[in-house]
Design a protein around this ligand. Sequence first.
Ligand code: PMP
Length: 423
Amino acid sequence: MNNKELLARRNKALPQGAATALPVFVEKAVGSEIWDVEGTHYVDFASGIAVNNTGNLHPKVVDAIEKQLKQYAHIGFPVLSCEPYVRLCERLNDLAPIKDAKSTLFTTGAEATENAVKVARYYTSRQGIITFTGSFHGRTQLALAMTGKVQPLRTGVTPSQAGVYQVPFPIPHHGTSESDSLRALDHLFRATIAPDQVAAIVIEPVQGEGGFYQASPVFMRELREICTRHSICLIVDEVQSGFGRTGKFFAVEHSGVQPDLIAIGKAMGGGLPLSGLIGRSDVIDAPPPGFLGGTFAGNPLACAAANAVLDIIEEERLLDRAEQVGKRISAFLHDLKGTPGVLPLGDIRGLGAMVAFEIVAQLGTHTPDAEATKRVAARAKELGLLLLPCGYYGNTIRISAALNISDDVLETGLSRLASALKA
Ligand code: PMP
């Protein structure tokens, strides 16, 4: 069957809400390359939304899953324990920029962020949660209430949950400075909820879906100071920015800030569904037995894969490689910007291999052109390149290439990107 026939079956069987960005049915994926059912070759700059940091089917991940599969696939961690889960938590505790950390595992990113909030509420005996505009914390009801984007996420479902408030995320070139954000937080404390009623401030150190906007180290330190002053938990959502993506294991490490809780997911399972919560032990250890968990939480196959992912990041020096990949992509985009015959590019930004650029109405401005951005992603697909647009203004293209992408495949992807960006 070809893509068109499969698409017709898909559209008949699935609700439109379960959308897919590109009308491509995958036959095979290895490393950073994908082939569809028609044999078309794609370079993968999407990585299944920042999941395949170590590429698709890394031999070590495959090997670890196969080995685990010969022992047991599911035990239910609320019923029985297994060593790969414990080993993974021990390793995460050592990696986290938190003194005296403990960890626990879940399945999806939304569960990780919601459990972070539950723990913070339990620990502080407070209800208030402050998040940022443009943020993405998941599609379940509380995670959605925390998420700062209306279309298509919050439309028609009244996601507001008691006690969840948002302040503007600082994006200076779109008119919100860091002091504007801090002033909004101060207004919130004075007008809406007293700081002693706030359990947590939740922030992505680099927003993922929101457009790869970075909260500067200065801003992160300011939030840390505010949280400490008012005994508020600082939760960092590293579901997208973690696992080496930014050139450090956690993006928050770029600021030197120690958060109280870190939500993780996506890349950790090497392609299998796995997420987790790391916390300062007095915070995460506060809730009673049975408060945390889930039927599939910390699935043994996913834990085995995650332990392999940690080995690969270390053995292949992927934090360094993330820096190199990011530098190459950024340099390429800066060279392209302003070249005659190329669409007008706006801000180009990146932290490690978390690189993005904006498409604007006119060179030298920051006026978003969301339509042109959609067209670029569609044209890239025709040229054999998988790209994901994102962003609060819909005009950002993010590049989440695997951290271990080879130079050859990276260059092929970049040359297809240049063609997709022709005016
Ligand atoms: N937090 C962040 C920062 C994310 O990017 C995402 C997913 N894009 C989530 C949470 C939710 O993760 P999941 O889709 O696995 O529930």
